[in-house]
Ligand binder design. Structure first.
Ligand code: PLP
Length: 407
């Protein structure tokens, strides 16, 4: 996609606006499957929490992807998008037994991440093929909020608890069909994946009826020009070889699963916002946009960096700006960032806005959530309308006048 297309979409659909490039999603999907083409049975479960618009889910389904869902509502969205239950994987954390049973009743593969639920589920549903999430105790990830495989993490069942886990499985006659791990997000070093994979293989040796091994995700994508990223091709070469050797040792062709979010959709997304005000103070020049952390929270939540360009003035001389939102708390998208000279009314484009951006947006400050557009075959199509005042009032219940007054 080119900047002029983005600018035209901002004019057509208004700002703020999310735009997704279908071609980029396709090329990322194909890059990943190609990197692991030496694995006989490969399955990609798109981590739909990253971006769950139904049109995006359908696009990925048409490419051959399956889904990774973390809530029953995500499962329902996946079914609504046309995935069959056996194409959906449920990998929740800390949800109730009732929710797990409801998802199981829909025919979806469940993944259990704690011993308490494992024991309860196993006692009630022996023989059901279940996946278990192992915590390999590997410190990995770009930030502490997205490092989830370390010793203090709430995720997964510790590898040190395997003897206890095996005892529960034997006593309840459970059928362990798969083992899963996910150590974090934004992991650059492929050695980390390979090291954690060995831990998964070790854990797998405890179970005789496995069908698959799920290596989670966490691939790092580039956030700016010349930024470093996980070398997927190299990882594909090394991990495929190791995985195939393990299958031989195990005596069965297992399915290798990944559940990427960012890798598939991060770079495909653009967030467009208009500059409401340029404000020079004694220390800085602020560019205040018609958005805030209600629409894009990652910079404030994770300290994530989104490359920003002024697509209204692409050849402008670069100057230093702090780009801020309109929320009544400090919501700084970027400080001291070199951006082409900005005038009020210009459209700024935030890159890497496909993953964990719209899906984390809110109505804070009673603002509407933005519209979403899919750029496909050279045209922009609205795939979610901008919210309206009715959306803010939906589900609010006005008290009858007689009970509304304090006595
Ligand atoms: C269990 C699990 N799988 C997959 C993902 C997707 O990770 P990423 O977006 O880094 O690919 C996450 C992200 O939080 C996750 O928690």
């Amino acid at each position: 996609m080119q900047s002029k297309d983005l600018l035209q979409l901002a004019e057509q659909f208004g700002s703020p606006l999310y735009v997704y490039d279908a071609e980029k999603i396709k090329s990322q999907y194909q890059r990943l499957t190609k990197a692991f083409s030496k694995v006989e049975k490969l399955r990609i479960n798109y981590a739909m929490k990253a971006l769950s618009n139904v049109s995006i889910l359908q696009l990925l389904r048409d490419l051959g992807s399956c889904l990774d869902a973390v809530s029953i509502q995500e499962v329902q969205l996946g079914l609504h998008a046309g995935y069959s239950p056996d194409q959906i994987f449920f990998t929740p954390n800390g949800v109730s037994l009732e929710e797990i049973e409801e998802v199981h009743a829909l025919g979806v593969q469940i993944n259990i991440d704690n011993l308490s639920i494992l024991e309860q589920f196993g006692a009630k549903h022996p023989h059901v093929p279940v996946c278990i999430r192992i915590n390999p105790h590997v410190m990995a990830g770009g930030n502490e909020n997205i490092s989830v495989g370390h010793i203090d993490s709430k995720f997964g069942i510790s590898v040190h608890q395997l003897p206890h886990l095996v005892r529960i499985v034997e006593n309840t006659n459970m059928n362990i069909a798969g083992i899963h791990m996910h150590t974090g997000s934004d992991i650059l070093d492929i050695e980390v994946f390979l090291y954690a994979a060995e831990i998964l293989f070790d854990a797998a040796r405890n179970f005789k009826n496995l069908e698959f091994l799920d290596f989670g995700s966490g691939f790092k994508v580039p956030y700016k020009k010349d930024d470093i990223e996980t070398d997927i091709e190299e990882l594909g070469k090394k991990l495929s070889k190791r995985f195939n050797a393990f299958c031989e040792e195990y005596g069965k062709e297992l399915t290798l699963i990944f559940e990427p979010g960012k890798f598939l959709v991060s770079e495909a997304g653009f967030f467009l916002a208009k500059v409401n005000v340029v404000k020079q103070t004694t220390s800085t020049v602020f560019a205040g946009i018609d958005s805030g952390f209600n629409h894009l929270i990652r910079p404030m939540f994770y300290g994530s960096s989104h490359h920003i360009e002024n697509i209204s003035n692409p050849r402008g001389k670069e100057r230093f700006y702090s780009v801020v939102g309109y929320i009544c708390e400090t919501d700084t998208f970027a400080s001291n960032r070199r951006i082409q000279e900005i005038a009020e009314g210009d459209i700024l484009c935030f890159r890497n806005a496909g993953a964990y951006c719209y899906s984390m947006s809110s109505n804070y400050n009673s603002r509407y959530k933005p519209a979403e557009v899919l750029w496909i075959n050279g045209e922009g199509h609205l795939i979610r309308a901008h919210e309206t005042f009715e959306d803010l009032l939906r589900n609010q219940i006005a008290l009858p006048a007689a009970v509304a007054k304090l006595q």
